[in-house]
Write a protein that binds this ligand. Structure first.
Ligand SMILES: Cc1ncc(COP(=O)(O)O)c(C=O)c1O
Length: 445
């Protein structure tokens, strides 16, 4: 009578030394009684092939947790920081500062602003872009089209005078990705003009069928950008990338990064918010955009219960991201074995927590999302329907039976109702959740 696949159990210290003998021994321990196996055979088979990938993820979690711990210790995080504040937030006892300091150290930045007042990732990215750009400047998206919700921010899609960058006289161009889905290096260098003030690099795939960028690729792009135009600032949309590697974009020269706390760095428990991190001058400019020029970073209240979740969520984030990455390996393995195109490919090193699967028809996309919703802990009795969502041009379907509304660090999936009808899966506080959900999905597509 044995328990789950070896990939699930806590590894003894010797896994760090990964000997073949250990691998063989652990594999031989994998046996289930068919009647009490929680997983369908496709999932069991996939798990048996993912030992090495799961071990590598645990090693990544250990490295990133170590960095987080050091930053918490350097910021002298204490329980008094969880008290929060009210009103203007002037009478804060250092929690805001300690959180910003720890976050900045973790991502290798000079400064950071981590706040509940950011509505979302889109809002944080917008504050960062408006920090850099002034009338007459140009924004250049160097990794193809940016995420859907940025279209109205940029003015690529009509914003009806709501104050897009275009409304303020900021020009925009984009460099399409190369055929292999990576950055087009030649096109990038020739696209940079003297008035290109900001290069936008999106680390994760968004709703595009493209591969996500590694931090090293981002670093190479930054080096080139600065070589061809030293005045061009680089902003990285870091959504879904945090803690997926051992380094973050500020460590390779990004001037600013921005993201959401209901994605990776909130560790599944932060209830709202976002962050901007990078060079001090520009973080302050983004803070002025979030609040008002002159108010700076030292105001804005956040209730105590939320402050505690920010610290605790950030501490948990490397582990939660690790579980989400294991989920992507499992989804890719199982769905590819059923003949679906997957991005990234099975067992390829991950650069974000998103696993895309091309389902090829609207019906299958809806059926996939319905199965995920039915298997969720919250709202399992509801049926997700596609509809219009603020910021998105296409109708989108979301399966998010999550404790935090719209959280994509919890197990969730979504997709725009357009060709090639791909579903984008992410999150999960333990990989076994995806193991169970896939059983339900496979019954219906
Ligand atoms: C790459 C990327 N950037 C930005 C966003 C926008 O984040 P939010 O939904 O928090 O506004 C998303 C959302 O999924 C995304 O995938």
């Amino acid at each position: 009578m044995l328990v789950l696949s070896c990939a699930s159990v806590a590894y003894p210290v010797q896994w760090l030394r990964v000997s073949m003998a250990t691998q063989v021994r652990s594999r031989t321990q994998v046996s289930f009684h068919r009647h009490d196996n929680p997983f369908v055979p496709e999932v069991v088979k996939a798990l048996d092939s993912l030992d090495a990938e799961f071990r590598a993820v645990d090693y990544l979690v250990a490295c990133n947790t170590s960095r987080v711990l050091k930053a918490f210790q350097n910021a002298r995080v204490g329980s008094h920081h969880f008290g929060g504040s009210t009103g203007y937030g002037h009478d804060e006892v250092g929690g805001r500062e300690a959180l910003d300091q720890a976050f900045a150290e973790i991502v290798g930045a000079e400064s950071a602003i981590v706040r509940s007042q950011f509505f979302s990732g889109t809002h944080a990215i917008t504050c960062a872009l408006f920090a850099f750009l002034r009338p007459g400047d140009e924004l250049l998206a160097v990794a193809g089209a940016p995420y859907d919700t940025l279209e109205e921010v940029i003015g690529k899609r009509e914003s009806h005078g709501a104050g897009s960058l275009k409304d303020f006289g900021v020009e925009y161009r984009e460099v399409p990705l190369a055929e292999d889905g990576g950055l087009d290096w030649d096109a990038l260098t020739s696209a940079l003009k003297p008035h290109t003030k900001c290069a936008l690099i999106q680390r994760s795939c968004g709703y595009s069928w493209r591969r996500s960028l590694s931090v090293n690729e981002i670093g190479r792009a930054i080096e080139m950008i600065k070589m061809y135009n030293p005045n061009c600032l680089v902003m990285v949309d870091n959504c879904y990338g945090e803690f997926v590697e051992k380094i973050e974009p500020p460590m390779v020269g990004a001037d600013l990064i921005a993201g959401s706390l209901i994605k990776n760095p909130g560790g599944t428990i932060a209830p709202c918010g976002g962050y901007v991190a990078g060079r001090k001058k520009w973080v302050e400019a983004a803070a002025a955009r979030l609040s008002a020029p002159g108010l700076g970073m030292d105001c804005g209240s956040t209730p105590g219960d939320i402050m505690r979740t920010y610290f605790q969520g950030l501490f948990l984030a490397p582990q939660m991201v690790g579980e989400a990455i294991k989920g992507t390996f499992l989804i890719a393995e199982v769905m590819a074995s059923r003949g679906y195109k997957v991005q990234p490919l099975p067992r390829v090193t991950r650069h974000d927590t998103v696993q895309a699967v091309q389902l090829g028809s609207c019906e299958r996309l809806l059926a996939f999302c319905e199965a995920v919703q039915r298997s969720s802990p919250v709202g399992s009795f509801t049926k997700p329907v596609a509809g219009s969502t603020p910021g998105y041009a296409s109708e989108v379907i979301f399966a998010d039976g999550t404790f935090i509304d719209g959280s994509t660090s919890e197990l969730s999936c979504d997709g725009p109702l357009r060709e090639p009808f791909a579903v984008f899966c992410q999150g999960g506080s333990h990989w076994t959740q995806w193991g169970l959900v896939l059983g339900e999905v496979l019954k219906h597509i």
